[in-house]
Design a protein. Sequence first.
Lengths: 111, 117
Amino acid sequence: RKEVEQDPGPFNVPEGATVAFNCTYSNSASQSFFWYRQDCRKEPKLLMSVYSSGNEDGRFTAQLNRASQYISLLIRDSKLSDSATYLCVVIPNTGFQKLVFGTGTRLLVSP
Amino acid sequence: DTGVSQDPRHKITKRGQNVTFRCDPISEHNRLYWYRQTLGQGPEFLTYFQNEAQLEKSRLLSDRFSAERPKGSFSTLEIQRTEQGDSAMYLCASSLELGQGNFYEQYFGPGTRLTVT
């Protein structure tokens, strides 16, 4: 079983739609959680950290459920520029900050 | 540009040849990470350095792979006797980590895309 699992998509949505991505992680001792964004043939970039209390950054809301080992990302009012791959990332409790990535979920926002 | 840089950006090589990639981290960043990303997958951790010391290596890093970070600045990743399965994007990331318990963002370079024919 992979440490971090995501639906690879693609998710095809029209502009203005709300879309939600989920991922699950297998290591219950994992300590930190993030969403990264990766544009085609580019490097990953940090989108936001994820906390149990939930956090919001503009149109983006992330949530962590430690009991279910489940992480979510909600994007409201999708823009064409949101088209990218969204990578769920976990830092396991290994003593150093090794990022463990999911396969990524591809989002395509169309006019 | 003060971000992480990698060279070359693209490398095509024949099976059995040796290749070397370079990563220049953000100045003053003490940690440097190497990841590998194949098509349709997320990046996978290979190894990391704290200054010049290589502190952790993944099982993915076979004995054909070697990484160095002399003087704690730039890093090189060498692959000997390349195989077609080595074809991937090799990503370097750096961070300034001042202690345990906090998250320190890793900044990624643009990657080196390796194609082994």
